[in-house]
Structures are given as C-alpha cells and as structure tokens.
Ligand binder design. Sequence first.
Ligand SMILES: [Cu+2]
Length: 343
Amino acid sequence: MNFLLILAVVFGILVLVRIANVAQMAAELSGESEEDEQDKSNKWNGIGFMMFMILGLALMVYCTIQWMPLTLPVAASEHGVEVDKLMDINWMVLIVVFFITQFLLFWFAYKYRYNRNRRSFYFHDNNKLEAIWTIVPTIVLAGLIVTGLVEWNKITDRAASDKGIKIQIYAKQFDFTARYSNWDNKLGASFFRNITDENPLGVDKNDPASKDDKIAKELVLPVGEEIELMINSRDVIHSVYLPHFRVQMNAVPGMTTRFHFKPTITTAKMKEITGNANFEYILLCNKICGVAHYNMKMPVRVLEKDEYKAWLVKEKKVFEKAPAAPAAPAAADSTSKPVAAAN
Ligand SMILES: [Cu+2]
C-alpha cells in the first residue's frame, strides 16, 4: 500500500513536470517574448506561494482542532494549574507571532516578485525599525522568562519546605517501586550494598525509621495532601514523569531528587471530568534509559484521604515476611554500614 502511494506521488510529480514543459513549448510557439514568459512564471510562483500559505495554515488550524481532545486533560495538581496558565500565555504569544511572520513571509514572496517595471528601493539602515524589532521581542521574552522563573521558584520553594507525605520513588531498569514512609513520615535509610532479591531497594533493616515503611508497585496518593516525592535510581538516569500532575523530575543514581506537589482531583473524579470510565493516571519514565524504556511505567491512583489510609494499612511492609516463615538468621546483611539515606 505504502509502495503504491509513493509510486502515485512520483508519477504525479512527473506529470506536473511534463505539463509545465508543454506549457513552455506552447508559449514559445505562440511567439511570446522570453521576458513575458518570465513575468508569467513569476506571477504563478507568487500565487503558488500564497496558495501554499493558505493551505498550510488551514491544515494547521484543522489538525490542532481535530487532535485537541488527545492532549492532556485539566491539571490534577495545585501547581499544575499555574503551569498550564503559563503554557497558555506562551502559546498565545507564539500563535500571534507565528501567523504574522508566516503571512509576511509568503505575502512578500508574492507581492515583491520580480517586476521589470519596478526599481528596487534601497536604504542603508533604519534605526527606528531595528529598535522596534529588538526592543519588542526583548520585552516579551523577558516577560515570559520572568513569569516562568517566578512559578518555578514557587514549585521549588514548596520542595524545600520539607512538609508533606514522604514517598520514595525508586527507579531501576525497567520499573518503578514506591516506598511509603507510613505513620512516622520518615523513610528508613537505604544503601545499595543492602540490595538483595528480598530487599530490592536496599533499605537498612537496623534503621528504626524503616520498620513501618511499606512498598508497592503502584503510586497511590491521597487527594488534597502535600506529597513529597524522594526520587532515587539504582542504575542510570531515569525521569519520573506524571503528566496529569505536570510533574517531572530526573531520577539520578547516587543522589535524592525531590518534587513536591498536591494532587487535587481523585481518579474517580477525573473519570467524570474526562468522560472516560477507563481513565487512569500514570507515572512514566521520560528519559531514554535502555531497551525497555518504552515500557517503564507505574500505575497511579488518587484516592480520598480515608480510602488512602485503608489502602496503606493493607500494603506489605518492607521487611514483612509473606507467610509466617521461620526467623531469618540475624545480622545477615550487616556486612556494610548504610552511608546514604533516602531522606
Ligand atoms: Cu527509565
């Protein structure tokens, strides 16, 4: 099918070239001067430019409207609403500039095509014009950058406030694990030498703060609560991306990165808003981290506060033995001292 399409396009171009050749020959036979012919050709080139512009812009507007429903729904976090506002302002400026510059580009090619009766107008420079096209973009861009920085500072200030429910997001090739600090809101220390099959996050058993920590293969969040993500990676750089919450932060080996946000819309509510009964939030890896990067993700659910508590109670503790097994030999993992803490 694709091959046939390519073939059709190639033949279409050949036919157009042939028609142009025939037209040229016909013009020569009818005794038109070369200059007349050149004028005609310039005129049609100019009209072609205008048609291309109208078609191109119309197609752009059509595609934007057509595929708008595939873009992200309303932001599901407090700062996300502000981020969207910034994005909208940026788009408004971009769209206005885009249409003006595209119109001028094609209009000039049409309007100022070669005309043997017209002398070109020469001027050396125009300070006023140069001042305008330097100062106006400077003010607009400075405005955009400053509003962006103000918002970014607000987001990072929240992260520095150290409030919020602490949840570790542990990334490795190719999945995520969530560790909940539970009732003490402290994540126990972890260290890579502690990593075993039973302890994939390398949590330090001897740290009292790790006793109540819980792990899960999904990220469950209570609505309307400040959340402090503490992000770690075992191997390479990953990126924790929660598109619906407008959250993204790299997971870097050897350090803890953070992102602080407040979810505002539960999964159930978002199903209503989007009119999609199958809607689910998602956490994606947004850094090409290896062969299975495309499939590195974790489901996310936002619940009411009491639902969240009920869910967390049922989850498994980090060092909880699945069925009642005999006690493991003591100090099996005490060969190394933890030096890196998650918080
Ligand atoms: Cu990854």
